[in-house]
Ligand binder design. Structure first.
Ligand code: PMP
Length: 434
């Protein structure tokens, strides 16, 4: 697609220079590329170069760039009103969205939902609610987990650099247990034992308000929490009156082949956080959960000026429509199968790839120097991403060792685009010496 002729002639290099002068260096930028236009699973930069988007704005674009139904819904909302602050003057799309999300959330109990603007805020609020409901302070999260860049989000996040280093002190009463990770030798039994150790040496379970985990660790490296682990956590939480929180900010909204990844656990969390793809690219997040817990904070204890903005709610309702009308959950499974097949084929050709893993369309490969499991290869991972962007493919790395390449391509991408992206990834692996 040609660039909009009105787009002023710019170069990525000139914009990078302006960026460097005006923005702090702590604000990361994976690639020195500035977007000009995007459609579906494709992006064009300011110089007119086309990219296939395997990053999806970090899991935000399950319905693709500028889905026409979402664009239309937001335009219509913009013509009516675009901000009142829900706590001052309410509006129906917010309530309808809560009702529709509740209906899609597992758990045979009454539920409630409310909205915020970012994933980190949803996590903050889930912890506030769990503490208010239990009148306890302790929170257990997991090594390698990621929960946001606010103080509580950082405290819960289980990786020091770059997320936490230099930013403390953090909120008190946060503890970390091991997350199961078969590839790196942590079994479900090991992970549960590390929880027992916490209960024995650090905090008795009667002081724990919540256990929070991602069904698939996103930033941590696409490690999947096995159903038996989630079931064991559910039993522990039931036994000790602890609130179980599933952070579905990255896994939610259809990415893993079900609307929520926790549906595949056969376990109903007490609280669920969502954000990212739930509003197709508009800033919106949610806490959804058991009504008796959600109702515990007192009047005025929850909210935020922009929280549940009408444009974002309209977008989120359109996302739900798109999932139903276009059967995107089926597509998510099909995209996942195609990617897994393609990545498995690449793994058989490149000895540095020791694992292809994930859930549904949330899939990754993990790279090791010379195929040696003791040598996670972050440099190689960087080189593969650099080769890919040269060739017009946007990739994202992740993982506690920064040696994982993850795919978060829009679920609306055609088979042809998926195959083209996989082929470019193959060329990039070869060029990087994988
Ligand atoms: N939780 C998880 C699981 C995430 O993946 C992220 C973002 N990567 C967050 C929380 C924080 O979301 P946000 O960046 O919208 O604050």
């Amino acid at each position: 697609m040609p660039l909009d002729p009105k787009t002023p002639a710019q170069t990525n290099a000139a914009l990078m220079a302006r960026r460097k002068a005006a923005l702090p260096s702590g604000l990361g930028q994976t690639y020195e590329v500035f977007a000009a236009r995007a459609e579906g699973a494709e992006i064009w930069d300011v110089e007119g170069k086309r990219y296939i988007d395997f990053a999806g704005g970090i899991a935000v674009l399950n319905t693709g760039h500028r889905h026409p139904k979402i664009v239309e819904a937001v335009k219509q909302q913009l013509d009516q009103y675009h901000h009142t602050c829900f706590q001052v003057l309410a509006y129906e799309p917010y309530v309808e969205l809560a009702e529709r999300l509740i209906a899609k959330t597992p758990g045979n109990f009454a539920k409630k939902a409310f909205f915020l603007s970012s994933g980190a805020e949803a996590v903050e609020n889930a912890i506030k609610i769990a503490r208010a409901a239990t009148k306890r302070q302790g929170v257990i999260a997991f090594g390698g987990g990621f929960h946001g860049r606010t103080l509580m989000g950082m405290a819960l996040t289980g990786k020091v650099a770059p997320y936490k280093a230099g930013f403390g002190p953090f909120p008190a009463e946060i503890y970390h247990a091991e997350f199961p990770n078969a590839l790196h030798g942590v079994s479900v039994a090991d992970a549960l034992k590390s929880l027992e150790h916490l209960f024995k040496y650090d905090i008795e379970p009667e002081r724990v308000a919540a256990i929070i985990l991602e069904p698939v660790q996103g930033e941590g490296g696409f490690y999947v929490a096995p159903p038996e682990f989630a079931q064991a956590l559910r039993a522990l939480c039931d036994k000790h009156g602890i609130v179980l929180i599933a952070d579905e900010v990255q896994t939610g909204a259809g990415r893993t082949g079900t609307w929520l990844a926790c549906e595949q656990w056969d376990v109903a969390p007490d609280l669920i956080t969502m954000a990212k793809s739930m509003a197709g690219g508009f800033p919106l997040s949610a806490v959804i959960g058991k009504a008796e817990i959600m109702d515990k904070p007192g009047p005025g204890g929850l909210g935020g000026t922009y929280a549940g903005n009408p444009l974002a709610c309209a977008a989120a309702l359109a996302v739900l429509d798109v999932f139903e009308e276009e059967k995107l959950l089926d597509r998510s499974k099909a995209v996942g199968e195609r990617l897994r097949k393609g990545l498995t084929a690449l793994a058989s050709q490149h000895k540095s790839i020791l694992d292809v893993r994930g859930l549904g369309a949330m899939i990754a490969i993990e790279l090791f120097k010379g195929g040696d499991i003791t040598q996670p290869d972050a440099d190689l991972t960087k080189r593969v991403c650099a080769e890919a962007i040269q060739r017009g493919l946007v990739l994202l790395s992740c993982g506690v060792y920064a040696n994982v390449i993850r795919v978060l391509v829009p679920l609306t991408a055609s088979d042809a685009i998926l195959d083209e992206g996989l082929a470019v990834l193959g060329e990039s692996l070869k060029a990087a010496g994988a």
